[in-house]
Design a binder for this molecule. Structure first.
Ligand code: ATP
Ligand code: MG
Length: 571
């Protein structure tokens, strides 16, 4: 696990860019881009890339950042993903202005570039099968072999490539490859494929194309076409950089961006790979891309994470050159820190236990004052109804309390938050099961507001709601999606189920919440006092059926760990 430095304000990429600008490289221009492939929803790793690319551009006068859809694989891409990605980028508070681009808009240009490579004898049509191509490629320790089709004439290559484009051949019969070096130590340089035949309609170009360019060919040229100066990508592209440069050099383009790699974001107890997230959705392990357990931006938002907390998390982790795993507790800490400022406090009882106050008149009720925020008076005070029959949390009572249990127990007095001191005088049990079904209590009418005029103290304060005034609600308690900090995933991304957490969601149907939540607006954040931060579910909640998602618990394991560290360091 890394311990990111929260004071980190610059990083090696920002240093490179500042130096380039100072040296008037690229005529003093700065252009970056965020290039998602529209084949799934964005996850928080993408947020890191978005904040980096758009952030860096905004820090320099005249700097610009493009949102570019890298849409070269029609079989996996869809307009619905394009729309979801745009929505997420906007939600993060990032504005691409009118700088939105699609690699598919460059298909004609890319085709012409491919012809140029053929004419330079730097590309050829290969008619080996996919399997043969793999076998000819060699291994990390053995060089590859030249394809028997490598020496086709330029004319033959041009004709075949044109016929590929016209849709005359079946998928898998031919590909266009570069002619680089089958013995290169870098496997990516062993005549990589530039174009393959795909008889699939594209979500933007329809049936116009029967061949589609590969990522490595498309990406560098799209960057170049858009005048990108710094092409920031994750570390797995380091070995592709020679190819990025080779394509641009061979074609002699005017604008040759600099590719710079940084470490991708990994977070413990989850997986940041679209492929795996796709599997989770497809197999029904989660309810969809926006399932609140998902590390997608749609999921995090539905769970109750704010854009601000995701931004501050990304600021904290910084940008580094080496891969590492960031502790999930830091993401949770960022959410808590933000929500603590603005989430109104309310009382909710998740697992209700009935409590009857024997000396409180049956036909009486009253309203008590409760602050909406303990440290922010501007958030005001609300009225909460109090009556003879209440609910408290089952956990807040213990018939035979152990030593350190200070909450309610037979014969013991505790405080009801914002209300009165009460004493438990009896317990009612179900005759058959022996389960406690009701507590009998008395209250001290002189303690309104929660303190005794004679100065006597109690050791615990518990929250409550009034039985007749409270509302039924469904509460969804979320936990980590995986049971281990670094889930094991097979190379094909298909097998990860052994590490899935079977208890990642617990649904409580019979929670009771205070009446102020009657028309709680979907997406609103609350702190359920003594429990956690919750968010009104955007999808399933309505005035008639309240649903709350637990965003993050109140207990802060991150800052606790930080405090311990500081103490140790200070010793
Ligand atoms: P995944 O590996 O999750 O499928 P991807 O790289 O295929 O992601 P793209 O849509 O191609 O997804 O990514 C768009 C941009 O976001 C790329 O520049 C990529 O490097 C960056 N990116 C993807 N995942 C991460 C991550 N975990 N941390 C930082 N940046 C990331
Ligand atoms: Mg990718």
């Amino acid at each position: 696990m890394t311990t990111p430095d929260s004071s980190q304000s610059s990083d090696f990429i920002r240093t490179i860019i500042s130096e380039d600008l100072r040296a008037k490289k690229n005529d003093g221009r700065l252009v970056t881009r965020f290039p998602p492939e529209p084949n799934g929803y964005l996850h928080i790793g993408h947020a890191k890339s978005i904040f980096l690319n758009f952030g860096v551009a905004s820090e320099h006068q005249g700097g610009i950042c493009n949102l570019r859809f890298d849409d070269t694989n029609p079989s996996k891409e869809d307009t619905k993903y394009v729309e979801a990605i745009k929505e997420d980028v906007k939600w993060l508070g990032v504005d691409w202005n009118d700088r939105i681009f699609y690699a598919s808009d460059y298909f004609d240009t890319l085709y012409n570039y491919a012809i140029l490579l053929i004419k330079k004898s730097k590309a050829y049509v290969d008619s080996l099968s996919a399997e043969e191509i793999r076998a000819y490629r060699g291994t990390l320790t053995e060089p590859g072999k030249n394809s028997p089709w490598r020496d086709r004439s330029i004319e033959e290559n041009l004709t075949l490539f044109e016929r590929m484009r016209a849709g005359e051949f079946d998928e898998g019969t031919h590909v266009l490859r570069t002619k680089i070096d089958m013995a290169s130590l870098n496997m990516n340089m062993r005549d990589p494929t530039l174009y393959r035949i795909r008889k699939v309609p594209h979500h933007r170009t329809g049936n116009k194309w029967h061949i589609y360019p590969m990522y490595d060919f498309t990406h560098c040229l799209s960057d170049s076409i858009e005048g990108v100066t710094h092409s920031l990508c994750t570390l797995e592209f380091q070995d592709h950089r020679p190819l990025y440069d080779w394509v641009l050099d061979e074609l002699g383009v005017e604008n040759h961006p600099q590719q710079i790699e940084f470490a991708r974001l990994n977070i413990s107890y989850t997986v940041l790979s679209k492929r795996v997230l796709h599997e989770l959705v497809d197999r029904g392990n989660v309810s969809g891309w926006d399932d609140p357990r998902m590390p997608t931006l749609h999921g995090l938002r539905r769970r109750g994470y704010t854009a601000k907390s995701i931004r501050s998390f990304c600021d904290r982790i910084g940008v580094a050159k080496r891969d590492a795993v960031v502790d999930m507790a830091l993401l949770e800490h960022s959410a808590r820190e933000d929500l603590n400022h603005h989430a109104p406090r309310v009382m909710a009882v998740l697992r209700p236990l009935r409590l009857v106050i024997e000396n409180y008149p049956e036909d009486q009720d009253e309203e008590l004052d409760a602050p909406n925020h303990p440290n922010d008076e501007t958030m005001g005070i609300r009225k909460i109804p109090f009556s003879r029959i209440l609910y408290i949390e089952q956990d807040d009572f213990c018939e035979t309390p152990p030593k350190k249990f200070f909450r309610l127990a037979p014969g013991r007095e505790v405080r009801l938050r914002y209300a009165y001191l009460i004493t438990c005088i009896g317990v009612v049990k179900d005759e058959q099961s022996g389960k406690i079904i009701e507590l009998r209590c008395t209250y001290d009418p002189t303690t309104r507001g929660g303190s005794a005029p004679d100065g006597r103290k109690v050791k615990a304060t518990v929250h409550w709601v009034s039985s007749i005034h409270s509302l039924q609600a469904e509460v969804r308690l979320y936990d980590h999606l995986f049971t281990t900090p670094t889930p094991k995933i097979t190379n094909d991304g298909k097998d990860f189920t052994s590490n899935l957490n079977p208890r990642s969601l617990e649904t409580l149907q019979d929670a009771r919440v205070e009446p102020s939540l009657k028309s709680a607006v979907p997406g609103t954040h609350y702190q359920f006092e003594r429990h956690a931060y919750f968010c009104v579910d955007r999808v399933d909640s309505s005035d008639n059926a309240l649903v709350f998602n637990r965003t993050v618990a109140l207990r802060d394991t991150w800052s606790k760990a930080q405090q311990t560290k500081t103490k140790i360091a200070g010793k």
